[in-house]
Structure formats: C-alpha cells, structure tokens
Design a binder for this molecule. Structure first.
Ligand SMILES: [Zn+2]
Length: 64
C-alpha cells in the first residue's frame, strides 16, 4: 500500500486532493472545493458503550 498518504476523501465534494492545513495535525484542506475540515481519531471500542446501565422494572415477560 503506497501512494496516497491520505486514507480518506473530501466529505464535501469527494475529491481526494487533500492536503494538511495549518500546523495542527488533523486539519485538512480540500484543493477541489477549497474547504477546510478537521478530523479526529475515532476508536472502535468506545470507553462508554451505549449499554443500558440502568435496570428498569419493566419486563417483557409477564403473567400470560
Ligand atoms: Zn472538497
């Protein structure tokens, strides 16, 4: 895997002509639509999963 160092494309126009914008790492500028956007690392395993922590009294099973 070599060539494009940017593993994504512009979310606005879909062009892959992206270049690092500014000095901050994570900001990219599109050379096609001249838009600037920032990206952040997203982990697959979130520290706080959207699991139902609170236990409710409402049960599916009941007196039939
Ligand atoms: Zn663009």
């Amino acid at each position: 895997m070599s060539g494009h160092s940017v593993p994504f494309f512009c979310p606005y126009c879909g062009d892959e002509s992206l270049r690092p914008h500014g000095e901050k790492h994570g900001e990219w500028a599109c050379e096609s639509c001249r838009r600037v956007f920032a990206l952040r690392s997203v982990r697959a395993d979130s520290p706080h999963p959207p699991a139902p922590d609170s236990v409710g009294s409402a049960g599916a099973e009941g007196p039939g």
